[in-house]
Ligand binder design. Structure first.
Ligand SMILES: Nc1ncnc2c1ncn2[C@@H]1O[C@H](COP(=O)(O)OP(=O)(O)OP(=O)(O)O)[C@@H](O)[C@H]1O
Ligand SMILES: [Zn+2]
Length: 626
């Protein structure tokens, strides 16, 4: 214990805790019980019913309120003398800049996504504040410690890519339930209820190349003037599961080696006597739900959610529905979205906690599955696969929170060398469930903490500045507000504080091809700098023109990697690229601790932390220390 901080150091320490969810609630409690007295908490979310089983600082009456604020109030009830500042905000917002981070002795993360973790990593590096990072997945968990210049940063090792599937598997040749679930979530759900102006990789193949067909496809999913929701649902149903399959069947070559799908039209599902009874469902709706007496006395947020399955009497989420029931659920969910959640249409994205969305995706995925002869799934399973859920375990969160505090005590104490990264395992290995490992030194090839340049192979004749901003600066390099420079020329700057005049100038350049940019065209051999001022992140990128790309990279016509790309010649075999741009990302149940990891294509993956599950849960590549 000699390496640990003493009472005074703990009481004087200023700590920032990011995330007040599963780990965060445990962490805040353990921090104050350990004696910490000055804590800032940042969380952008409101409390949901589904959080209550493990986020024990929250109660049913808090549903809908800020997690950060309620967590603060809950803790103050048993430790009133602690100074806690709660921020109901995104940690990426500009108020949390380097100066803000500099006021803390420690930053402790209890986050659930890569994007926010990368952002905090950069601010901790810029502010030179140690970061304790954490994550859990079911029984598995890990805590790592990051000290600028001394240990690797959070981004020193490329992260495993999310499981992805080729676009054509999703749009044309599904063979597994997960392909149908991804299709339902990324295609019909977004076309019907999402932002139609957003382009989607899946559109390319589904609507064919010519723009007239694309136009027709886009407007097909609009509700026509005077069209009833029932008529709309029926029209969309036949298009998605009937006509589109018939069109696909015309491409006979595609089915030589594969089982042909069978179109599903509503007319084939019910016989003429047995038409879909929309009134039956309506009746149930009025009596049992939103307007019904069962919910009348309850506060708004604890009411039963709007649900097609409840109306249709499909009570068991672990039961596989018949094709007919899937059709009824599909029609009913569309009707309910149109009639009861009209104001959200056009802006919805899939959310696993949205009951109606899960019902829609289950029905659409199963109808597609039945067409392709793929086993249908229960709503429970679809929710898990579509929402990337490995059920959280409160005990793992509590153990991880305890380990975070232990590392915090070491960081505040005299001997920072005593810090460890620790894995929490499901099954004991060498009689240990907690596996401490020595931390690695910074990776000299890390473009974040070692500022190693990167190489962008790109077709400078076809790729626009906007592509570079969105797909490279934001998506791959995790810049929240990217600036792109060539020498002293600012090509593009983003952020809330840009004046209108400059913003208009940058906007006008965004759709220009790289080789036509002024004053300096971005062509082979040019060097650009990608920066994020808030993160104090800056990265030099060598541009290397290439005309041809592997099949996987063809859609983006870009590939970002390390300096080794400068000497590489031929397009790299698609199998070697981990973050295939033309694939659609999929949430799978085998996700690693980070739910949405990405890895730079071609970046040196030596020493990469492999997923625990892939390793039989033994971090064998690490030097063990107890
Ligand atoms: N950019 C961000 N800024 C602030 N808070 C964030 C950010 N990203 C994630 N968080 C917070 O991190 C917490 C992570 O907690 P947790 O993993 O338990 O997720 P959850 O959303 O509470 O639960 P679940 O995902 O299982 O429904 C959440 O409360 C979330 O709001
Ligand atoms: Zn690094």
């Amino acid at each position: 214990m000699s390496a640990m901080a003493d009472k005074e150091a703990i009481e004087n320490a200023r700590v920032l805790m990011v995330g007040a969810g599963g780990i965060g609630c445990e962490l805040l409690k353990t921090l104050v019980l350990t004696g910490f007295k000055h804590i800032h908490v940042i969380d952008m979310d409101a409390i949901e019913v589904s959080n209550l089983n493990r986020q024990f600082l929250f109660r049913k009456r808090h549903v809908g309120q800020s997690k950060a604020q309620v967590a603060r109030e809950a803790v103050l009830r048993f430790r009133p003398d602690v100074d806690i500042v709660a921020h109901h905000a995104n940690v990426k917002s500009p108020q949390f800049n380097v100066e803000y981070f500099q006021q803390f002795n420690l930053v402790l993360n209890g986050l659930d996504n890569l994007d926010a973790r990368r952002h905090v990593n950069r601010l901790c590096l810029a502010a030179d504040v140690p970061l304790v990072e954490s994550g859990t997945t079911g029984y598995l968990g890990q805590v790592t410690v990051h000290m600028k210049g001394r240990t690797e940063c959070y981004e020193c090792q490329p992260k495993p890519a999310p499981k992805t599937y080729p676009v054509c598997t999703i749009t044309s040749t599904p063979s597994k339930p997960v392909h149908c679930i991804v299709w339902a979530k990324d295609l019909p759900f977004l076309k019907l209820f999402g932002d139609k102006s957003l382009s989607n990789d899946l559109d390319i193949r589904s609507s064919g190349a010519d723009s007239a067909a694309e136009q027709e496809e886009a407007s097909f999913f609009d509700l026509q003037d005077g069209e009833s929701s029932k008529a709309y649902a029926t029209r969309v149903f036949d298009r998605l599961f009937g006509e589109n399959i018939d069109i696909a069947l015309k491409n006979e070559g595609a089915w030589k080696e594969r089982r042909k799908p069978t179109p599903v039209y509503l007319a084939n599902i019910w016989s003429s006597e047995e038409k879909y009874d929309e009134n039956g469902a309506d009746h149930g709706y009025e009596n049992g739900h939103e307007n019904g007496s069962a919910n009348e006395d309850k506060p708004k947020d604890v009411r039963a959610p709007l649900s097609a399955t409840a109306l249709l009497g499909l009570k068991n989420p672990q039961e596989i529905w018949s094709v007919k029931d899937n059709a009824r659920v599909f029609l009913e969910t569309v009707r309910l979205f149109l009639e009861k959640r009209k104001e959200e249409i056009g802006s919805l994205t899939f959310d696993k906690d949205d009951q109606l969305a899960v019902e829609f995706v289950t029905a659409a995925a199963n109808l597609r599955a039945s067409s392709f002869g793929i086993p249908m799934q229960t709503m429970f399973d679809v929710k898990g696969i579509a929402g990337n859920i490995i059920h959280a375990i409160a005990t793992t969160n509590a153990i991880i929170a305890g380990l975070i505090v232990l590392e915090a005590l070491k960081l505040l104490g005299k001997d920072r060398g005593a810090c460890r990264m620790t894995y929490c395992l499901e099954h004991a290995s060498r009689k240990l469930l907690l596996m401490p490992c020595e931390m690695d030194v910074p990776n000299p090839k890390c473009y974040v903490c070692s500022q190693t340049p990167l190489v962008l192979e790109v077709n400078t004749k076809t790729v626009t500045l906007r592509d570079v901003v969105e797909k490279i600066a934001r998506k791959k390099l995790a810049a929240s507000f990217p600036t792109i420079m060539q020498g002293y020329n600012v090509l593009c700057e983003t952020g809330d504080d840009i004046d209108k005049h400059s913003a208009a100038i940058y906007e006008a350049k965004l759709d220009t091809k790289l080789d036509a940019l002024t004053p300096v065209p971005i062509v082979n051999g040019v060097e650009i700098t990608i920066e994020d001022l808030q993160q104090e992140f800056s990265c030099i990128v060598h541009v290397k023109h290439r005309d041809e790309f592997s099949e996987e990279e063809e859609a983006d016509q870009m590939r970002l990697g390390g300096l080794e790309l400068l000497t590489a010649t031929a397009p790299v075999d698609s199998k070697e690229t981990d973050a295939a741009p033309k694939a659609t990302s999929v949430d799978v149940q085998t996700a690693s601790l980070d739910e949405d990891l990405v890895m730079l294509d071609g970046q040196n993956a030596v020493g990469m932390k492999r997923k625990l599950e892939e390793e039989g849960q033994e971090p064998t590549q690490k030097r063990l220390k107890t």
